[in-house]
Design a protein around this ligand. Structure first.
Ligand SMILES: *Cc1c(COP(=O)(O)O)cnc(C)c1O
Length: 454
């Protein structure tokens, strides 16, 4: 391989990528049976000999591109999967050419500089305590793990127990208080941190999935309180002010799972939803959801910079910490892709007003779904406060069959859930690409899907 042939290959990759993006609107949102069956062509024994890179790329495009979900288009509403802003996507392509390792400033001065800038911008945009540290991780799962780790260690330190020195066995018991509506990744993070289900005190949630502050147990200085900005189904927000104030009085640590919802804080029309959330100690949020930065980019934000860095620090004679920002102080990883590059590009391209407009637009499209589906006789199960709309038909059976038909329609794609004892269709508007027309077209697909299921 020479630099010339590398360039030709890259140009080809960009061409395939552009062809792919141009075809998004005309192709099925979920791959059809033929595209899925063709994936079997990947099944071969490990090649004993090299394959020319152009052939590798051609095969990837031929088999891979048709077997993607059209997540990058405007009619994918599954899970809470964001799209990719043009500047962020292009920034990422350039960053991939740079192939930087963001562990240390000495490994990548540019990645370190952009991490420091993103940290400052994010804390400003989300109106969180100025001194907060931001770590760039793969997603909210890892971000929550880091926030809860910092909290666990800080609470134990205050109890006179150095967990890094003395370990967890024999440590003073901690309590965890969280909502029944907490996300599955929170339970996973707690399990990784040595906190079992038996130690979790569950607070009832109301009909929207919000923690009921009135039924909060008495907190103390050994408690991790976990709250949520954006329920994964309903989009509902916990009442942060009473919860955080109770935690402050007790000396508890508050972690906020704000995977997609914390962005409400940067939206003039929705910021009321997050009032009081700045009183917490740590926050996890995804850039790859609401902000539409490409995968994978999650953020752990921790008010106590030292608590986060002490919990995650690794030392060895060969690791040279510099005077500037060393990203590995704030993440579990050492070697790591320089996520700050596309994150910076996303924030720079949007600016404060652009983020505000993006979040507003996602919420408006979710409301459009609710209005137009409601007008066609679908039941809307939640108060549409953010970007999530929960939909059902007259009977549970009809809901389930309608969802199956939506998923195979190729027109749009949604995932399902069980909401308060009945099946529901989740519509999550999370892409900058989704237009008023995309919603209209998707609503028509819902109606046709129900018609075919009746
Ligand atoms: C998506 C999501 C998570 C998990 O985030 P990942 O980025 O997939 O790791 C956690 N909590 C909530 C509320 C989410 O929506």
């Amino acid at each position: 391989m020479t630099i010339d042939s590398t360039q030709a290959l890259l140009r080809q990759a960009i061409e395939y990528g552009c062809e792919y993006l141009a075809g998004l609107d005309a192709r099925p949102v979920f791959p059809d049976a033929q595209a899925l069956a063709a994936l079997d062509d990947f099944d071969e024994a490990l090649p004993s000999q090299p394959t020319p890179p152009t052939d590798v790329l051609r095969q990837l495009h031929r088999l891979g591109s048709p077997a993607t979900t059209a997540n990058a288009g405007g009619r994918y509403f599954g899970y809470v999967n964001g799209g990719a802003l043009p500047a962020a996507l292009a920034g990422r392509v350039l960053a991939d050419c740079w192939d930087q390792n963001a562990a240390l400033q000495l490994m990548s001065p540019v990645a370190a500089k952009l991490e420091a800038i993103c940290e400052r911008w994010l804390v400003d945009l989300l109106r969180l305590p100025e001194e907060s540290a931001v770590g760039m991780v793969s997603g909210t799962s890892v971000a929550s793990l880091c926030g809860l780790l910092a909290g666990r260690n800080a609470l134990l330190t205050r109890a006179g127990w150095d967990v890094k020195q003395q370990g967890l066995f024999g440590a003073p018991a901690l309590r965890v208080v969280m909502s029944r509506g907490a996300h599955a990744t929170i339970r996973k993070a707690l399990a990784v941190l040595g906190i079992g289900a038996a130690q979790i005190e569950l607070v009832p949630a109301d009909e929207q999935g919000r923690m009921n502050a009135k039924t909060l147990p008495l907190l103390d200085e050994r408690t991790l309180l976990i709250v949520q900005a954006g329920n994964v189904n309903s989009g509902a927000f916990d009442p942060f002010t009473p919860l955080c104030e109770a935690a402050r009085r007790a000396g508890a640590w508050v972690h906020v799972d704000g995977a997609f919802g914390l962005w409400a804080r940067a939206c003039s029309a929705r910021q009321g939803l997050t009032e009081g959330v700045d009183l917490a100690d740590s926050w996890s949020v995804d850039a790859h959801k609401t902000l539409n930065s490409p995968y994978d980019c999650g953020l752990i934000i921790c008010k106590d910079r030292r608590a986060l860095a002490v919990a995650l620090q690794a030392n060895d004679a060969y690791i040279h910490f510099g005077g500037g920002r060393d990203g590995m102080l704030y993440t579990p990883d050492m070697s790591r892709r320089a996520r700050s590059i596309e994150l910076w590009a996303a924030l720079k391209s949007l600016g404060r007003a652009g983020v505000d407009a993006l979040v507003t637009q996602l919420c408006q499209r979710a409301q459009q779904f609710a209005d137009e589906l409601g007008a066609r006789g679908f039941r809307i199960l939640n108060d549409v406060v953010f970007n999530q709309t929960l939909v059902a038909c007259e009977t549970p059976e009809l809901t389930t069959r309608t969802l199956e038909n939506v998923q195979t329609s190729g027109e749009c794609w949604c995932s399902g859930t069980n909401w308060r004892g009945e099946p529901a269709i989740r519509v999550s508007v999370c892409s900058w690409m989704t237009t008023v027309d995309d919603v209209r077209r998707s609503v028509a697909a819902f109606a046709a899907a129900r018609e075919a299921a009746s």
